[in-house]
Design a protein around this ligand. Sequence first.
Ligand SMILES: C[S@@+](CC[C@H](N)C(=O)[O-])C[C@H]1O[C@@H](n2cnc3c(N)ncnc32)[C@H](O)[C@@H]1O
Length: 475
Amino acid sequence: MSERSGGPSRRPSRPQRQHPPARRQGPRRPPEDDPARIAAWDTLKAIRERDAYANLVLPKLLRERRIGGRDAALATELAYGAARAQGLLDEIIAACSDRPLSEIDGPFLDAMRLGAYQLLRTRIPAHAAVASTVDLVRAVHGSGPAGFVNAVLRRVGEQDEQAWVKQLAPEDPVGRLAFTNAHPKWIAQAFADALGDKGDELDAALRADDARPAVHLAARPGEISSEELAAIVGGDVAPYSPYGVHLEPGAGDPGDLEPVRERLAAVQDEGSQLCALALTRAELAGRDERWLDLCAGPGGKAALLAALARLSGATVDAVEKAPHRADLVRKSTTGLDITVHVADGRDSGLPEGGFDRVLVDAPCTGLGALRRRPEARWRRRPDDVADLTKLQRELLTAALKLVRPGGVVAYVVCSPHLRESIGVTSDIVRKGLAEAVDTRDLFPGVPHLGDGPHVQLWPHRHGTDAMFCQVLRRL
Ligand SMILES: C[S@@+](CC[C@H](N)C(=O)[O-])C[C@H]1O[C@@H](n2cnc3c(N)ncnc32)[C@H](O)[C@@H]1O
């Protein structure tokens, strides 16, 4: 799909011009018998108006309004689904409206997205999808705007998603797959570049990125085995991480699980577990006593490293620039021996050459974890990449000063974007600061790791986030 501003390639004839009359006076309330759609509508508004995260806003709304059971499930499906598909829905809405999207009031556009999502991507009958959405708009904004939303949604419902895609998708292969799978084109292009594929595998990657991910847990090493954890929570032992357990999608709030509350386990993608483990698995000659996590917040990998360090007799330091995220590191490592420093990893004040293993889990675009944040793919911009790669290079360079000669650094980003991944590490190797370790050897049993020496995980290949990991040895 083209960027949000990009228009569809071929538009159908426009509906008759609709002129919504002025709003009625006085505040109104949406119908109280539809709490799920109201919560979904309010979530879309929060995303649009204040750049909120759907997966923070919606659970809070559901709790505050005591919405549970089927209503909560419907609200989640509609809010997350409409946020995820926003760009695709917008192209279709634009093709059905006599006004450009930029001239449609935000709340009406949110309602159209909500309605269009129900029409195109759920089994809700078309008349119910339109009527329930229009009722919300009528109750709050009056019958004029409701008529406008009704007219647009009726046009949207004239054909199914496949027919709209056929009609509106661009011709070029990557643009077409991006459109079909509701991704911005620049992100689909970044995936294609990393995969070296513009066809079937790109389609599979985008499709997997569009699906709600399963929740993964990490059993705390030395406290509980993954088999015990799986038996307690009713999950499955993970295929690759010796500490991983997979839960069924939609299995409820994992924070409510007893082992998680008791800190015997934490929510952590299996790919993240594998990247932290790769640091500990790299061969090391000589001293192996001091480990460092240079970008530690909120502390998922730091907790795994600190638990493993306790078993092997090493100590762990963690650096985090943001004080509130350093607090999260302290919280997630409660009961473990770790020293948390609030500092900039580029100038931490820690001793040069003082560490044997260093993790640089660098700030990144997060293009590898888009499936976790429904709205994220439409919020990220291509321009974000340049600023981040500068910071990533600086952090990796600092890490290579903090590790002793012969020591290892694991450079990790949750992004397959080539500029953030091999663009950063190959530059460091070219400058002679470090040598690349064949990182595939540190992911035993994990298939489809390509030609190395780096590892790029993928949701469609491994069921994990698209994590990149390259272990480097300081020369
Ligand atoms: C990808 S996250 C790390 C995730 C973490 N390792 C985990 O597994 O939970 C990157 C972290 O780096 C922090 N950060 C950003 N710039 C930094 C800097 N210059 N020095 C240290 N930390 C930084 C961010 O605040 C963020 O918490």
